[in-house]
Design a protein around this ligand. Structure first.
Ligand code: MLT
Length: 210
């Protein structure tokens, strides 16, 4: 049985009444502390649940294995995403969170993992704000799940050499075809999260009324 002990994590209670929960998934080489400032900026007052990826790639934390940069071990991604989904369910019970008001946010490897949660575990989260992420299953077509009611913000750089803009647009299409309401925000930069993209995501989060 999965418990909250299964992932090293930080949990910060909501500081606002009736606030949603933000699940934060860091990028390669970061840890559970990395995205806390982003979480506080994106969703002021929300509860923050920020685990640490369990895959060790030469000392760098990740969420799933990759064969090389840009080539994922998709079976590992599927297995690890299931484990993470079970952790989120355990944390929902432990911290008494509203399971209908969990929003995932991630950067890079964390964004790919958040996209995996959306496509492989529909209904786990109400929405997602993903940055520098792409289509996580790579060559595989995701199942025709129903994502209607799921609201997604995708922030990507058109000059990103790691997650190409084509990968980001493919993810947007996969989510949209499955009924998600997708807002895409393309910036001129690379594999990064520029302040103006954070600002657009903040506005989106506020309007989404999670
Ligand atoms: C990945 O998931 O491998 C990302 O796209 C790239 C990275 O995390 O460095």
């Amino acid at each position: 049985m999965t418990t909250t002990q299964d992932f090293v994590h930080v949990f910060e209670s909501a500081t606002a009444l009736d606030a949603p929960t933000l699940l934060l998934l860091h990028g390669t080489g970061a840890d559970e502390h990395d995205l806390l400032p982003l979480g506080r900026a994106l969703a002021p007052g929300a509860a923050l649940l920020s685990p640490r990826g369990k895959v060790d790639e030469n000392g760098m934390n990740r969420w799933f294995r990759r064969l090389r940069e840009g080539v994922f071990d998709v079976d590992d991604l599927i297995a690890r995403t299931a484990e993470l989904a079970a952790f989120v369910e355990a944390a929902t019970a432990t911290y008494d969170l509203d399971p209908k008001r969990i929003v995932v946010s991630g950067f890079s490897n964390g964004a790919n993992t958040g996209a995996g949660l959306l496509l492989l575990h529909p209904g786990l989260v109400a929405g997602a704000a993903l940055f520098a992420g792409g289509a996580p299953l790579q060559g595989r077509e995701p199942a025709p799940v129903d994502l209607s009611g799921t609201r997604v913000f995708l922030g990507n750089g058109v000059a990103d050499p790691i997650t190409t803009i084509d990968q980001a647009r493919l993810l947007a299409a996969q989510l949209g075809e499955r009924g998600a309401k997708v807002r895409t925000e393309e910036h001129p930069g690379g594999h990064q999260l520029p302040p103006q993209t954070v600002a657009r995501a903040q506005e989106w989060f506020e309007r989404s009324d999670f």
